[in-house]
Write a protein that binds this ligand. Sequence first.
Ligand SMILES: Cc1ncc(COP(=O)(O)O)c(C=O)c1O
Length: 484
Amino acid sequence: MIAVSMEHPHVPHFSRRRRHAEKRYIRDRWAHFLSVDHRGFLTVEGVPVDRIVRKFGTPIYVMVEREIRRNFRRFKKVFGNDIKLQYAVKCNSNLEILRMAREEGFELDCASVGELILGLLADLKPRQLSYTNLYKTDQDLHFATKVGVQSITADSVEDLEHIAATAKKLRTQVRTVIRVNPMIDIRNYSTKGNKYGIPLKQVLKAVDIAAKSPFVDFRGFHFMGGYISSPWTLRAAARVLTKIIRDCQDKRIPIKTLSLGGGFPAAIGDQTAFPIEDLRSFPKYFRRLLEGARVTMPIQLIFEPGKSIVLNAGIGLMHVVANKEIHHFNRMIIADGSTYNFIPDALVQSNIHYDILPASKMFSPRVHKVTVGGNTCDCWDLITKGITMPKLEAGDILAAMDVGAYAQVLANNFNTIKRAAVVLIHEDGTFKQIRRRDRYSEMFAPELDVLKMADPNELERYNNLYRVNIDKIWKGQSRKNGKK
Ligand SMILES: Cc1ncc(COP(=O)(O)O)c(C=O)c1O
């Protein structure tokens, strides 16, 4: 009885603190998978972040399965059978995510032979893989053609001629799509300076080349417009492309597909994104455009979303390793992740301000402004600047939010530092590693391999090092110091 009456008054007090913490730090878009435990630690699907970092070390990415599947399903629900959906592998190419894409009824948009191979490893059929980039080598084209991918996109007249010539050599027909730059200008959005696609005035010449080649099975058009901040962008592109499709019909050149690429928005920091539901009427709009232009050919629309599926599902956990008072109004928190090895987009896109949560101090109020510096020896390596944070010390955990896209795939080994592991967390709170940290032996292999070929004597010294197996020494060390 006493225990109950002692505990009871604490319950509302505790939940009030948690509610405050959630209000202060947790944005609505994460609220269905993030919470705070009684100690003030951030939890993901109910799992406190310190449990994850104790098991796998830091820095580490956590991908939230429920959020990824929710986004796949949202696209499916909005576009149903009207638009074919292809997940853009480039934004996060982890095999588990590609498998999820397959399970959720998505095909894949691949930007390289490497991504085609990943698609096959994730058990997609070659006809479920489209291959779109700016340039392909002979070997790339041989591979994609022999495997039998859904289509190959020509990004320039030269690329198209290369595809036709390779198909001729292989004595086969290649399903080919032409990427168009529609040269649109709409409000502050323009594709005029965009490197993607064949400029509008050259498109009909490219269509003629494709239609005349007996080795090109010309399927249709592709458009990729960069970041789509308004549904109007796609409508403007569709209007231009409908005119081209009409021209093709007049020349009796059948058009079967139109891909409008990716670029669908996803919220980051305090920037918002229009909901994908705002595009619900797009298929109807496109049908009306075709009718208005008296196009009678049935055209399959394709979308290739990337970051809008995975960006908000990614959390980057880091430890604070130092707190330096540079000046009374400028405190520098050093983390064990960086803008090179962990969150490279922070460096590439200077207008992005990631939310960094004090994951081990979620009940603590924000008290002062800090800059979060990465752990590499480079002064540009600042993960975020001027963010208000509680007092932090070495050992605290930080959570960088919205790092599910263009982080893991862009991360590099600058300073010869290993890239982080990735954990997938399920809705029931179980989690598993879906990518391990790099190994030194594989990081050095490209150089050791050529040394081996170049000069066996010179290699002797390195080889001795290699034979003692650097990774083994490292593992022994990390067992003593906790996993890294
Ligand atoms: C051809 C193509 N499709 C899809 C995408 C995916 O874009 P996002 O991740 O912005 O949706 C890209 C990104 O560059 C692309 O080049």
